[in-house]
Design a protein around this ligand. Sequence first.
Ligand code: SAM
Length: 300
Amino acid sequence: MAPYDDFAWFYNRYWNEEFHSLAFPILERIWLARLGPKGHPGGRHGPHILDVCCGTGYLAGLLTAAGYRVTGVDASPRMVEFARRNVPAAKFHVGDAARCRLPGPFDAAVCTFDSLNHILAREDLEAALRHTAASLRPGAPFAFDMLLEDAYQTHWGESFALVRDDHALTITGSGYDFRSRLARCTITMFRLTEGVWRRSDVTIEERCYTPEEIGGALERAGFGELEIRPCPARSQPLQPEQDPAAGDGADIKLHDPGEVAVFARSAAASRNSCATRGASNPATRAEPAQRCAARAWGER
Ligand SMILES: C[S@@+](CC[C@H](N)C(=O)[O-])C[C@H]1O[C@@H](n2cnc3c(N)ncnc32)[C@H](O)[C@@H]1O
C-alpha cells in the first residue's frame, strides 16, 4: 500500500487549495507563460502537460480548466482514484515516477508540493528526473518544487490536529535528522463511516536534498539553465469556506515558511550541454535557497 493511500481522503479535502492558490500564479508566470497557445477549457486540445506525482488532481483540474491537456502519474492508487473522479477530462496513471516509463511526448511537465522530496534515494530521484526528461519534447519546460534544509529544520517538527464530528486527524512531525537528511511525520486519522470509526496511521518520509544535489541530478537528466527564485511563504490558516463542516476554520499551518523557485532549460539538441555551463547550475545561484525554506522550479 502506498503511504498516501490512507491519507488520500483527508488530502483531497484539506490539502489542495491553500497550496495551489499560492503556487498556481507562480506557475503561470514562470512556466505556463513559456508554453504554446492554450486550447479550450476542458482539456481536449492545447499543450499536453505531464503532472508527476499528481496527487488528487487539483493542479490537473486548474490546468485543464485553463485549456491544457493533462496526464498525471502518482504512486498512490487511492490518490489517483480521487484524481480521476475530480478531473474526468485528464488522464491518470498509477506508477512510481522513479520506476515507470512515463508516456509522452509532453509539451511540459510539473511536479508540485514537495513531491520529489518523497523520493528517498538519490538514484531514484535521478531516475525520476531522467524519466521525466525522456517524456518531454526537447526544450519543453519543467517546473517543480522541493523543500530545502531550512524548511525541515524549522516547521517540520510542528504538530497539527483537526477534529470534526465524523473525522479527526493529528500530524506529529517526528523531526528532521540532519545526518541522514530524512524527515518523518506520523499522521493518525479517524473516520466515521457507516456508523463505525476506522483508524489509520501513516508515516510520511521525505529526504532533504541540497541545491547541489538537485542541480547535479537535473543536469545528468538533461535539464539546464536553472534558476532559483523566491516564492511566497504559505502559512495562512485554512479558510472556513474550504471546509463547510468547519464553523471555526481549521488552523492548518504547513511546514515550510518560505520558498524559492528554480528554473531550468536545456538546449533542444544537446541534452547534456548545460553540464558545461557553470552559471546554469542551481548550486551557483542557490544562496537564497540555502538561507530559507525552499521550493525549486526547473525547466528542461
Ligand atoms: C504532497 S503530495 C503532492 C500531490 C500533488 N502534486 C499536489 O500538488 O497536490 C505528494 C504526492 O507524491 C506522490 N508520490 C510520492 N512518491 C512518489 C513516486 N515515487 N512516484 C509517484 N508518486 C509519488 C504521493 O503518492 C503523493 O500523492
